[in-house]
Design a protein around this ligand. Sequence first.
Ligand SMILES: *[C@@H]1O[C@H](CO)[C@@H](O)[C@H](O)[C@H]1NC(C)=O
Ligand SMILES: *[C@@H]1O[C@H](CO)[C@@H](O)[C@H](O)[C@H]1NC(C)=O
Length: 160
Amino acid sequence: FCEDLRSSLYFVNASVQEVVFASTTGTLVPCPAVGVPPVSLRWYLATSEEIYDVPGIRHVHPNGTLQIFNIPPSSFSKLIHDTTYYCTAENPSGRIRSQDVHIKAVLREPYTVRVEDQKAMRGNVAVFKCIIPSSVEAYITVVSWEKDTMSINAEICLTQ
Ligand SMILES: *[C@@H]1O[C@H](CO)[C@@H](O)[C@H](O)[C@H]1NC(C)=O
Ligand SMILES: *[C@@H]1O[C@H](CO)[C@@H](O)[C@H](O)[C@H]1NC(C)=O
């Protein structure tokens, strides 16, 4: 046999394992493989089904980048917008597979946070929790607490 030393095939970057994006912006996910001769890049669902283009929803560009377009909440499909993909790169040297990439669109929905009343004996500790709807909880950070529109610093203890 004769091995062609000029041929190569490899991933330049570890693929990201999680892509979380706002459904209103969409996202582009490259398949970061290169090779000589040039590679052909394909995307699959974790179930090994090769993915197909869905006009205005999902597209694989000729350069191998997977694009998930921005969508209104009514077009959300778990099979496209919250699912696991991987890509492969192939040339005459062989075929390599990326790690699984979980791609998740977060819907931009209005939400409200609230605090429940608490009772405590004078001189005792009362604990207040910021209650966030579970659908958005993973993406929300509590940045401040306010009392009568005044921000409460972590050092201040309200005792009464
Ligand atoms: C590899 O990752 C770096 C840093 O994240 C990025 O700048 C570069 O474009 C990536 N290369 C490819 C081919 O995706
Ligand atoms: C691939 O092509 C798309 C569409 O032209 C472009 O938006 C994207 O930046 C390209 N990605 C890379 C890694 O070249």
